[in-house]
Design a protein around this ligand. Structure first.
Ligand code: GTP
Length: 598
């Protein structure tokens, strides 16, 4: 294909501004699918994605479009993951395109993720076409939002298109805009050895591992032997194709083109996103720039409620890893929770998604321990270690310094919630770095320890602002802080799953809160139970759960047998969800609830 007839583009937007709806419209307009095949949202293929309305993995679709100039163009739409947890994947996806559509809800305006995403596109030197969506809404103010885009982002909105992805109004203008204002790929040379970017990889039950590639130099065909430059692995290409949007095999992919290749690759983990693919023998001289190893930043323990499910859990995690290489784990044994896994995630949303998939797709009942960040430690003997699990904290006397990850957060909010949001950030050890007003909304920048965000910052922010505030963050580095390990003791036994690292100044408050919570959550027993929070040997908070005076079990007189049986079954199920600990049973909800702050 003539490169000048190709347009590779992505859509950047804040969540809910209509990215998927627009993508569907573009696909529909370019006739890729019949109406019956046109499922509600083609690009978001996983259930959870659809339910939460977020895009997790990048996908690509090839659209054939005959423009008003009479030429037939190939438009490759690369769908980027919409969340900050996947920001490296977003950057690799954007690197495969020359331009972006910036979709902004004309009734809402610019939001935190609009900014984060558009800046990533600008970093990749993209040409950007602003698209004002939802102009069918009475509250839409396209002129005001255009001014906002010019003010805040500094983009020219002269060519901006106004559309309604819902009604289909203006979709033709978007396609024309793509052809007219977004650049074609340049510089690729079909005569040179293959140089292709590994944009994404996922596991398909029918095709196996599917690798999304963007060709820079050379031509990719089936039967060729290729090499992944980072990992050194070599494969014979079984097939190459494009998504139109159904997977369709093609003879070859040349410079500027985007498509997929299938080889006998076992798992997605063998494909490093951002890697360069070349020929096995005749190699390209230089790998593409920008490769980065993806590191998990948040860890938590996952344990089966019923120990007998351990093998099922292991099998389920293996399956998930087939299509999500960024999810890592190792075995972990906890005195309180038994055998399980310590899992690493790219961020909080990633953690939630994996937990949800495990329980939903694999029907597993899980206990998750408190999420923890990765701490760096310098020991007194000079050794450097990384701590993924507070339960593994070494003797305090051996630790010289503990450093925790800090983030830079951007929050957008209507003015009326500003006070409570500032207080929330302040309570979480935040340091305000910027406060400005743009188009009637406040933009706040804060530096915050990631540790303080991992619990329930999103939830708090949402409820404080009634859902109006938007939030985005990036990790900026590690800082040495006065951190201590706090143990929670139930009946004088430390519960390892509840151990955590906290800032010394916050320890008392946090400890008291945990004890109070647990007191309400742990069922009373026939004896008195002390619940304590301690740092080293020093108890900093204490509650006592009083003993049961008499048997309060409701007696079931008469009634029919099936009802009794039901009750018994219910009771049995309830029992299974408890964890016997130091003769005290701690229900699963207690673990989860105890870890929420407010
Ligand atoms: P993520 O996948 O979470 O990034 O969201 P998205 O940006 O893809 O948004 P999506 O396309 O799922 O649209 C969000 C909501 O806005 C849906 O309920 C759509 O039906 C609605 N919506 C999208 N476009 C329009 C529009 O032009 N007008 C109106 N009224 N609603 C729209």
């Amino acid at each position: 294909i003539d490169q000048s007839l190709i347009r590779n583009f992505s859509i950047v937007a804040h969540i809910d501004h209509g990215k998927s709806t627009l993508a569907d419209r573009l696909i529909q307009k370019c006739g890729g699918l019949t109406d019956r095949e046109m499922k509600e949202q083609v690009l978001d293929s996983m259930d959870i994605e659809r339910e939460r309305g977020i895009t997790i993995k990048a996908q690509t679709v090839r659209l054939n479009y005959i423009a008003q100039d009479g030429q037939e163009y190939v438009l490759n739409l690369m769908d980027t993951p919409g969340h900050v947890d996947f920001s490296y994947e977003v950057s690799r996806c954007l690197a495969a395109c020359e331009g972006s559509l910036l979709v902004v809800d004309a009734s809402q305006g610019v939001e935190a993720q609009t900014l984060a995403n558009v800046y990533q596109a600008i970093d990749q030197d993209h040409e950007i076409l602003p698209v004002l969506n939802k102009i069918d809404l009475p509250a839409a103010e396209p002129e005001r939002i255009k001014a906002q885009i010019e003010d805040i982002i500094g983009l020219d909105t002269e060519n901006a298109v106004e559309i309604s992805a819902k009604t289909g109004l203006g979709i033709e203008d978007v396609l024309e805009g793509i052809v007219k204002y977004l650049p074609a790929p340049t510089g690729g040379n079909a005569e040179k050895p293959l140089k292709a970017a590994l944009v994404d990889a996922y596991y398909d039950p029918y095709l196996g591992v599917v690798v999304i590639v963007r060709i820079h130099d050379g031509v990719l065909k089936k039967k060729q032997k290729v090499r992944m430059m980072r990992t050194g692995a070599t494969y014979e290409v079984d097939n190459v194709g494009v998504f139109a949007p159904k997977a369709t095999y093609v003879d070859e992919l040349g410079p500027g083109e985007v498509g997929f290749l299938i080889a006998s690759i076992k798992e997605v983990a063998d494909c490093a996103i951002g890697d360069t693919i070349t020929w096995e023998k005749n190699q390209t001289d230089k790998a593409l720039p920008g490769y980065k190893e993806v590191q998990p930043v948040v860890f938590c323990g996952l344990f089966p409620v019923d120990a007998a499910d351990f093998d099922d859990l292991r099998a389920a995690m293996g399956k998930l890893r087939l299509n999500d290489a960024s999810f890592t784990w190792e075995m972990e044994t906890s005195a309180a929770l038994g055998m399980g896994f310590r899992c690493g995630f790219l961020g909080l949303l990633h953690l939630e998604i994996i937990q949800e998939r495990l329980s939903r797709e694999f029907d597993l009942d899980l206990i998750a321990t408190a999420p923890s960040v990765v701490y760096q430690m310098t020991m007194t003997d000079g050794e450097e270690i990384e701590l993924h699990n507070p339960a593994d904290m070494p003797e305090v006397t051996r630790v010289k310094e503990i450093r925790e990850p800090w983030i830079s957060a951007t929050i957008y909010t209507p003015d009326e919630y500003l006070g409570s949001i500032l207080k929330l950030c302040q309570d979480r050890r935040g340091i305000q770095t910027e406060l400005t007003y743009v188009g009637g909304r406040a933009m706040i920048k804060y530096e915050l320890p990631l540790n303080e965000i991992v619990f329930d910052f999103y939830d708090r922010l949402k409820s404080i602002s009634r859902g109006y505030a938007s939030f985005d963050y990036e990790i900026t580095g590690h800082r040495a802080e006065n951190l201590v390990k706090m143990n929670i003791l139930v009946n004088d036994e430390p519960v390892d799953a509840l151990a955590m690292l906290v800032h010394r100044d916050r320890a008392e408050g946090r400890g008291r809160q945990m004890c109070e919570r647990l007191k309400d959550l742990i069922p009373r027993q026939m004896f008195k139970i002390p619940i304590q929070a301690a740092i080293g040997g020093k108890v900093i908070a204490r509650e006592t759960l009083s003993a049961l005076r008499k048997d309060v079990t409701a007696k079931c007189y008469g009634g029919d047998a099936s009802r009794k049986k039901k009750l018994l079954e219910k009771q049995k199920a309830g029992k299974q969800r408890m964890r016997q600990f130091g003769k005290v049973e701690i229900p699963q909800e207690a673990f989860v609830a105890a870890l929420k702050m407010d």
